[in-house]
Structure formats: structure tokens, C-alpha cells
Design a protein around this ligand. Structure first.
Ligand SMILES: Cc1ncc(COP(=O)(O)O)c(C=O)c1O
Length: 448
């Protein structure tokens, strides 16, 4: 059995009485991931941030903030969440309770609160500068528009660049073009032919550079990306770093997310199929050391997935089974459309791992244990996928999905009025509920 499904029998016994569907997030597994990330921090003095877009269950921020330097947000609301709950002293920032009375107490939390968005509105930026320590702009227009207010509020400013080096079409992870910020016509990051590079004072305006190009990838894709980054932007970055060092400031480079550092066995093509190649942490450490020495800068990484990889489950039940000549169709009390939209967004390139089941191969179609798992919504395409189970599924059986902490809870929705799964925390062998879902989740977004 792979690393995703250790301890499931005991988890199922503990949760037998709970109504499905529900997520269980295993805090000990998150801590194991954090220890792996900590080994990189200890060796290199780099800083690692939690990318909240992947996972924002703030009950886990105290443990995450013991290991990581801060968070990165995709806009005001995630930044606000980090401001309220992510503090190195593991205490909620009391003054943040009364938001939107934004007070400049970010530094009091001892944590860094970074934010990036393709564009910021004027009204958001006024709040962001009060709670964020670092901001990443996506264009010359945005930098110039919001530069003064950031400077005035002592927010560190960087610019996202686009190395235009696609690594997601093959290699270690297969085709992820949906998640490739280097794809043609990408709106992400300033490219090398942008007129911004003619701005003679740019190295003075910026405190650092940022790129994000990877998704569930191994070390070698980072290395090839960094080489291209250097050949395009290295000269400018050297100038920026020299200038900052001369005035006694520490410049930085943020290498984004998508580094599957905690993946002992890298996924191949789809999550669920695995190879024996673990992430090459030694070479990552070597690259960070090289960058630090060559440029005299701080290095940041901002993974989301790697922090919570293989730390969550979604437990669901079989509601009905429809006979079909090709294979039985199993209706679950969960839904790809509502609880796991990545399945549909990727057109089933991603299919989640399931306990005691494997993704069905053509040769499995004749097996009585092979079935189509479908969601309980009206969408015809609400199909989770075809799986072969160890035993033929029956009505009321539990189906346990693995690796469910990342990009699931944050993307959940109540289409069709389908309830959001409750959320439980598993810690020190005991289960506690951290969120109960109800009708208000559905209703409150639709009117007063
Ligand atoms: C700018 C940025 N940083 C970090 C991340 C986190 O990536 P991951 O969860 O794949 O590590 C993302 C993901 O889309 C991103 O867009």
C-alpha cells in the first residue's frame, strides 16, 4: 500500500459513527511534511511560505507557523486570514479580530504575509498595505500604480517575471498545461521583451524578483527554469542585488510553488501512479546555496501542496448502484463538481487515489469489481472516474479518497445545494470536528 493510505482501518473505526461525507486532516502527517521542509530551511537558511491557495484550514496554522516563515496569499481575503491566524507565537492576533479596521501590526505577529495577484484594486491595496509585509506585482502598470502607497507603508516590493520556459508538457509529471504559467499568452509575469526593463530606476524600486512556473514537479524542472531565468533576467537581478546590498538591505528571489519536496515518490502523469524517484532535496539545497552565494540574496519558496501532501482524506458512502452493461455506476454522497473540481478541470488527467482501489485499466473492464464512481449532482459529467476495487462495492460501503487536503476544501462549492463535507482534525490519535457544514453554507451566498 502506498504512503497515502497508512492507518485507514483505524481511522474508519474511529469515524464509523460520523455522517459522510467528511474530510479528515491528519496533523501528524502535516508535521512530517513540515519536518522535511525544515531540513531544507536548516541547511540553507532559505525561507519557506505556505501558499494558502492550496490549503487554508486555519486550525492548522499554529503547527505550520512553528516551521515556516509565513504565508503567501492570492489576494486580500487570504492575506486577512493569515493576518488573523498565522503567528509565530501561535496566538491569534487579537487586534485583527475587528477587521476591516486594518492596523499596521503585521510585524507584531513575527510572520511574513506575502501577496500576489494578477492585479489589485485600489480599495484592496489600501487594506493590503496595512497587513502584508511583501507584495508581488504582475506588471509595470500595477507596480507604477501602487508603488507609492506600498513604499509609504513599508511594504517590500517585488515583480513576478515569466521565464517562458514550459516544463509541464512531459518530463517528470506529464501534461499539466492548465497549470502552466509559461504557456503561450499567459497573463502571468513580466516577460523579457517588456518595456519595463528600460526603466533605469527599476532596480531601486524593487526589493526582489519572483517566478512561479511549476506544478507537482521534481528538482530538475526547477534547475532548468532557473538557468533560463538567469540567462534572461540574471544581469538585472545582479544589478538589483548589488544595489540593495550597497544600501544595507537584503534582496530576494522567490522561486514560487509547485516543488513536490515532500513527495518521497514523485507522481507520474496522474496523482495515484507513482515512480520510485523521490524529490532530490540535496540538489535543491545545492541550488539555493549557489543562488545565495552568487547574488547575495535571500531565497524564498512558497509551496502549497508540499506542505499538506498526503495529509487528508475524504470519506464518502455509496448511496446507490445503477446497473449498466458496461460497468456498474456507483452514486456517492460526494461530487467531483462540488468537492473535487480538479478532476473535471483537468478532464480526468488528475484522478484521486482511493483506498483499496486502483484506476481501472482497459484490461480491468471485465472485472466485476470495476465500476464508475459518480457524484450526486445533476451534472452529467460529474464523474469521478473508473476504478477497480479489491471487492465489489455495495450500497452503504465507505469509499475513502486520499491526498485530499490540497486544492479540495478551498475549492468546494454548493452547486445543486449539495452540502460541503464536514471537516475533522486527526491529531495524537484523536478526532475533533473543526467545521460542521449546514444549510446556511448554501443559502448565505444567495441572498440576505
Ligand atoms: C504564485 C503561486 N505561488 C505558489 C503556488 C503554490 O503551488 P503548489 O501548491 O503547487 O505548491 C501557486 C499555485 O498555483 C501559485 O500560483
Amino acid at each position: 500500500m502506498n504512503q497515502t493510505f497508512t492507518n485507514i482501518p483505524s481511522l474508519l473505526t474511529k469515524t464509523n459513527h460520523l455522517p459522510t461525507p467528511f474530510f479528515v486532516i491528519d496533523e501528524d502527517k502535516i508535521e512530517n511534511n513540515l519536518k522535511v521542509l525544515q531540513s531544507v530551511i536548516k541547511e540553507t537558511d532559505c525561507k519557506i511560505l505556505l501558499a494558502q491557495k492550496a490549503f487554508s484550514c486555519f486550525d492548522f496554522y499554529p503547527i505550520i507557523s512553528k516551521y515556516l516563515s509565513g504565508t503567501t496569499a492570492s489576494g486580500l481575503y487570504e492575506a486577512q486570514l493569515a493576518h488573523e491566524y498565522f503567528a509565530t507565537n501561535n496566538k491569534k492576533v487579537e487586534t485583527a479580530k475587528n477587521l476591516p479596521d486594518y492596523t499596521d501590526n503585521t510585524k507584531a505577529t513575527g510572520c511574513e504575509n506575502h501577496v500576489f495577484a494578477p492585479a489589485f484594486t485600489d480599495s484592496d491595496i489600501q487594506k493590503i498595505v496595512k497587513i502584508c509585509s511583501h507584495i508581488v506585482f504582475n506588471s509595470a502598470n500595477q507596480l507604477n500604480k501602487h508603488y507609492d502607497i506600498c513604499k509609504k507603508n513599508n511594504v517590500s516590493i517585488s515583480l513576478r517575471v515569466n521565464p517562458q520556459h514550459s516544463t509541464q508538457g512531459g518530463g517528470e509529471t506529464g501534461n499539466h498545461s492548465l497549470y502552466d504559467p509559461c504557456a503561450p499568452l499567459s497573463r502571468f509575469g513580466v516577460k523579457i521583451d517588456d518595456t519595463i526593463w528600460k526603466d533605469e530606476s527599476l532596480h531601486e524600486k524593487l526589493d526582489g524578483l519572483h517566478f512561479h512556473t511549476l506544478c507537482q514537479q521534481g528538482y530538475s524542472d526547477l534547475e532548468s527554469t532557473f538557468k533560463v531565468f538567469e540567462s534572461s533576467f540574471g544581469e538585472f537581478f545582479s544589478k538589483l542585488c548589488k544595489h540593495k546590498n550597497n544600501i544595507g538591505k537584503t534582496p530576494y528571489i522567490n522561486l514560487g510553488g509547485g516543488h513536490h519536496i515532500t513527495n518521497g515518490k514523485l507522481h507520474e502523469k496522474k496523482r495515484g501512479y507513482q515512480t520510485d524517484n523521490g524529490y532530490n532535496i540535496e540538489r535543491l539545497i545545492g541550488l539555493i546555496e549557489y543562488i545565495k552565494q552568487k547574488y547575495g540574496c535571500q531565497v524564498y519558496l512558497e509551496p502549497g501542496e508540499a506542505v499538506v501532501l498526503n495529509s487528508g482524506y475524504l470519506v464518502s458512502s455509496v448511496l446507490d448502484i445503477i446497473d449498466d452493461k458496461i460497468m456498474p455506476i456507483v452514486i456517492l454522497d460526494t461530487s467531483a463538481a462540488c468537492h473535487n473540481p480538479d478532476i473535471l478541470e483537468t478532464k480526468h488527467d488528475y484522478m484521486p487515489p482511493i483506498y483499496k482501489a486502483s484506476i481501472a485499466l482497459t484490461s480491468d473492464l471485465s472485472s466485476p469489481n470495476t465500476c464508475r464512481l459518480a457524484g450526486n449532482s445533476c451534472l452529467t459529467g460529474d464523474i469521478i472516474g473508473d476504478y477497480k476495487f479489491d471487492k465489489k462495492l455495495q450500497i452503504s460501503d465507505k469509499v475513502v479518497f486520499g491526498d485530499m487536503a490540497l486544492y479540495t476544501i478551498v475549492k468546494g462549492n454548493t452547486f445543486n445545494g449539495i452540502p460541503l463535507p464536514d471537516i475533522y482534525k486527526l491529531s495524537n490519535n484523536s478526532i475533533t470536528q473543526i467545521r460542521k457544514s449546514d444549510y446556511i453554507d448554501f443559502k448565505s451566498r444567495l441572498g440576505k
